[in-house]
Design a protein around this ligand. Structure first.
Ligand code: ZN
Length: 330
C-alpha cells in the first residue's frame, strides 16, 4: 500500500520521491520549487520522517525518530532558516560554515541525515558559493533538500547541482473538496490560486484584512495625489517591516490579473471589485498591464532590499495613476 502522503495535490512528485527513498536511490540534492503555500516544506519534513521512521507504517508519528523529528530535536535533521538577526531574509556564510562543521560529524542515529534549506533563495552569493562543494559531494547518507518559491533568484551553479522537483498549484476541484472537508469555504481554492497553505490562512481571517486593504486601495487609486499619499502613508506604516506593503503589492497584482482575465474574455478571480476591474481592463489592456506587471516586480525587489514600504507604494501607485490617466477613455 502506498504511504499516506501529506499534501493535497502533487501526488506524482510525492510518490516519485517516496519510491526513490524506498529503493535507496535518492539523488543527493533536490530542489523543491513551486509557489508559496503548496506544501514544499511540509513534504520535505515528511520525507525526512518517512526515510527514518522505525515502524512499518511510515512515518508512524510515534517511534523515537518520528518523535524527535516532529519536536525539531533530531540531531540528523538540520533545518537552515534565514538568520533572524538580519534585516533582510538571508542565510549567511557563517551559517553555511556552521552547517559544514556539523556535517563533518558522524550521523547520530538516522539511516539518512537530512539538511533542509528553507528558503534556498535566502542564500546570498558568498553563502551559496560556500555551499557548492558540499552540495556536489555531500557526506555519505546525507540528503539535501532546497526549498524555494523563487527559483530564478538562485545561482545557476546551485540549481545545476540539484535535481529539480516542481510542485504546482493544486487543481481547483481537488482543493475545494479538501477545504470543504476541513470546514473551510471551498471557493478559497480559487482565491488562493491553488495554494492550500494560503487558502487556510485566508480562511483563518486573512480574508477580512485583505478585503479591508483592497477597499482602501481601490478608493485611493485614481484620486488626487493627496489622498493617495494618505493611503500609502497609512499602509506603509502599519505593522513591522515591509509585510504590509507586500500585501498591497499582492492585491494590486490580483486586481491587474483580473483585469487581464476580463480583457481576454475569462472570468476574473474576484467578483467584489468588478467595477474597478472592468475600468482597469478597458484602460490598461494590454500595454499598461504589461508595464504595471514590470513595476510590481520591481516594487517587490525594492521591498526585499528593505526600501521603505511607503516610498515603494507611492512610486507604484503614482505609476498606476499615470497609466490610468494616459489611457484613452472609452
Ligand atoms: Zn516512526
Amino acid at each position: 500500500m502506498p504511504p499516506a502522503f501529506p499534501l493535497v495535490g502533487n501526488l506524482v512528485q510525492q510518490a516519485r520521491l517516496a519510491a526513490a527513498c524506498d529503493a535507496d536511490r535518492m539523488h543527493h540534492a533536490y530542489l523543491f520549487e513551486g509557489p508559496d503555500g503548496v506544501g514544499k516544506a511540509t513534504f520535505a519534513h515528511w520525507l525526512a520522517r518517512y526515510a527514518n521512521c522505525e515502524s512499518t507504517a511510515r512515518p508512524c508519528g510515534a517511534c523515537r525518530s518520528c518523535h524527535l523529528m516532529q519536536s525539531g530535536t533530531h540531531p540528523d535533521l538540520i533545518v537552515v532558516l534565514p538568520d533572524p538577526e538580519k534585516a533582510t531574509r538571508t542565510i549567511t556564510v557563517d551559517q553555511v560554515h556552521e552547517l559544514m562543521r556539523a556535517l563533518q560529524l558522524q550521523r547520530h542515529s538516522a539511516r539518512r541525515r537530512f539538511v533542509l534549506l528553507d528558503p534556498a533563495d535566502a542564500l546570498n552569493e558568498p553563502s551559496a558559493n560556500a555551499l557548492l562543494k558540499t552540495l556536489e559531494e555531500p557526506p555519505l547518507h546525507t540528503q539535501f533538500l532546497l526549498i524555494t518559491a523563487r527559483v530564478a533568484s538562485l545561482l545557476p551553479t546551485i540549481r545545476s547541482r540539484c535535481q529539480r522537483v516542481r510542485f504546482g498549484p493544486v487543481d481547483e476541484p481537488l482543493l475545494s473538496a479538501w477545504l470543504e472537508a476541513r470546514g473551510a469555504p471551498p471557493h478559497l481554492s480559487r482565491t488562493s490560486g491553488g495554494s492550500p497553505g494560503f487558502a487556510i490562512r485566508l480562511a483563518e481571517g486573512e480574508a477580512d484584512e485583505r478585503r479591508a486593504v483592497r477597499d482602501a486601495l481601490t478608493a485611493a487609486v485614481g484620486q488626487p495625489l493627496g489622498k493617495l499619499f494618505a493611503f500609502t502613508e497609512a499602509e506603509g506604516k502599519k505593522e513591522e517591516g515591509t509585510s504590509r506593503a507586500e500585501l498591497v503589492v499582492d492585491i494590486l497584482e490580483e486586481l491587474l490579473r483580473d483585469a487581464a482575465c476580463l480583457a481576454q474574455g475569462r472570468a476574473p478571480l474576484h467578483q467584489d471589485a468588478e467595477a474597478l476591474v472592468r475600468r482597469w481592463s478597458a484602460a490598461l489592456w494590454p500595454g499598461g498591464i504589461g508595464r504595471m506587471t514590470d513595476n510590481l516586480s520591481r516594487a517587490r525587489d525594492r521591498l526585499r532590499l528593505n526600501v521603505n514600504g511607503r516610498v515603494v507604494l507611492e512610486a507604484l501607485l503614482g505609476q498606476l495613476n499615470l497609466e490610468l490617466s494616459a489611457a484613452p477613455s472609452r
